[in-house]
Design a protein around this ligand. Structure first.
Ligand SMILES: Cc1cc2nc3c(=O)[nH]c(=O)nc-3n(C[C@H](O)[C@H](O)[C@H](O)COP(=O)(O)OP(=O)(O)OC[C@H]3O[C@@H](n4cnc5c(N)ncnc54)[C@H](O)[C@@H]3O)c2cc1C
Length: 434
């Protein structure tokens, strides 16, 4: 095979050459942060920019989600949920045995001391996560892609005392949140269903009208600064004394350093380097409801249902319903029935549906499945590889990859540049699994 230099055009400038593998929201942010810091970056993806899990997600900068997913209250409900193929959480019988080791670690992380330390680490990442996006979107002339109107978590049947306890739980975690009664909910979002009795209003969160566009816009901005994009599937990474060799299906590319940001697909690349990564594809679905001509989205901000475990986000020319968790492995075919079920849920949360759906015109509605890269402790991996000083990992952001994308990019840039990081990255080191 021909040994080719990565990004030869910028060699003359003497910049260090860095490969970022994976062009989801996490990889794009790493690539942009590094390119802005003066590195010559080559961003590599096998599918395209923002074509993986970052493509059609709920677009919620969910900084209020500071509690790990492994919650002991799940234990009682889990067996029923897992046996129902169309329930909010489903485990495919074919995938059952493969998933057992991941679930063992997931249950282990439900212990109180683990939940407290994992929650503290998520909080540190989420605290200023939205602020890290602002200068990037401003520089890319795309501030409109971040809409700061908060979000609602709505309740239909949950008792007032339980809603109050959840409210208090968020307050104690330092999250800015207001408890609204039915009349107040309808003041904030008039098109919600009369079923809704209470809502928690998270006033400091944000959303985007187009998650895929954020990836493409930030990547375009990085390209305008000299970043090179290459569409290739990476098969292995090798570090030698002076460089990194990234082998794709057709060639070998040489770099000074490399960042692995391959989301749910990361296991094999890391295995090749000698690291174990207990990652599961937590498959989620979205159904994007087209709006009628000149029809306004029915909501101004994301509305999540606490009981139905899904979220509705107003987006450009559509209303997107997203949610559900399915453990079926990376390669199983999407089960679009799961996406269609989201519509049933929306009927109970909204007082009306967008015009085309009400007119039984479902052709334009897009169904999508994405593989959330989930680790059993709900923390991402953001670190320098312990045994490879030229390799860095930015992966495993589970339900929060969009939220934590920009801060992850900054932290990776600081690690690559051997600077002090803005927050302590010790909890995110891969050594916790090795
Ligand atoms: C239904 C749903 C709703 C969600 N809603 C939200 C939300 O509202 N807010 C939020 O913060 N998060 C949300 N998420 C989670 C979020 O989408 C993910 O955490 C995020 O997209 C992960 O980004 P990533 O860059 O790590 O992975 P990806 O976007 O999956 O990118 C990884 C990339 O790596 C590439 N790749 C993999 N292997 C190779 C290889 N060997 N060679 C070359 N390229 C490779 C892939 O092609 C892919 O493009 C949601 C997820 C789902 C499924």
């Amino acid at each position: 095979m021909l040994l080719k230099q990565g990004a030869p055009l910028n060699e003359a400038l003497g910049a260090k050459k860095v490969a970022v593998i994976g062009a989801g929201i996490v990889g794009v942010n790493c690539a942009l942060a590094l390119q802005m810091a003066g590195y010559q970056v080559t961003l590599i993806d096998k599918q395209g920019i923002g074509e993986g899990c970052s493509k059609a997600n709920a677009g919620h900068f969910a900084t209020e989600q500071v509690f790990p997913l492994g919650d002991p209250s799940l234990l009682l409900a889990l067996p029923k949920m897992l046996l129902d193929p169309l329930g909010p959480i489903a485990l495919s019988p074919k995938h059952f045995f493969k998933a057992i080791p991941w679930f063992m670690q997931f249950f282990n992380n439900m212990r109180k001391n683990k939940r407290v330390s994992n929650s503290a680490a998520i909080k540190a990442l989420n605290k200023h996560a939205i602020e890290y996006y602002k200068p990037l979107l401003q520089a890319a002339n795309a501030e409109h892609l971040l809409i700061s109107k908060g979000s609602l978590l709505v309740f239909e049947k949950t008792k007032h005392s339980d809603v109050m306890a959840i409210h208090q739980h968020y307050q104690q975690a330092g999250i800015k949140v207001k408890l609204l009664n039915r009349a107040q909910v309808l003041d904030v979002e008039p098109n919600l269903h009369a079923n809704i009795n209470y809502a928690l209003f998270f006033t400091e969160v944000a959303h985007t009208g187009n998650p895929s566009h954020i990836c493409i816009t930030l990547a375009d901005y990085a390209k305008s600064l000299g970043m090179v994009y290459q569409q290739s599937a990476v098969e292995s990474i090798n570090q030698n004394i002076s460089s990194i060799v990234v082998s794709t299906t057709t060639e070998q590319l040489r770099f000074d350093q490399c960042v692995v940001a391959t989301g749910a697909w990361s296991k094999n690349l890391l295995k090749g380097l000698g690291y174990s990564l207990p990652i599961e594809a937590e498959r989620g679905y979205s159904l994007s409801l087209a709006l009628g001509k000149n029809e306004q989205p029915l909501l101004s901000r994301p509305v999540a249902s606490a009981e139905r475990k899904f979220i509705i986000t107003p987006m450009e020319n559509m209303l997107r319903l997203s949610g559900t968790v399915e453990y079926a492995g990376l390669d199983a075919k999407a089960n679009n029935k799961r996406a269609d079920l989201l519509l049933k849920n929306a009927e109970s949360v909204l007082s009306k549906l967008p015009e085309p759906v009400s007119a039984n015109n479902n052709e334009k509605n897009e169904r999508w499945m994405g593989c959330r890269p989930s680790l059993p402790d709900s923390l991402p991996v953001i670190c320098q590889a312990p045994h490879h000083d030229k390799v860095f990992f930015a992966l495993g952001h589970q339900h929060l990859g969009l939220t934590q994308g920009a801060i992850t990019g900054k932290l990776i840039e600081q690690l690559v540049s051997k600077q002090t990081t803005d927050i302590d990255v010790t909890p995110f080191c891969i050594s916790r699994f090795n």
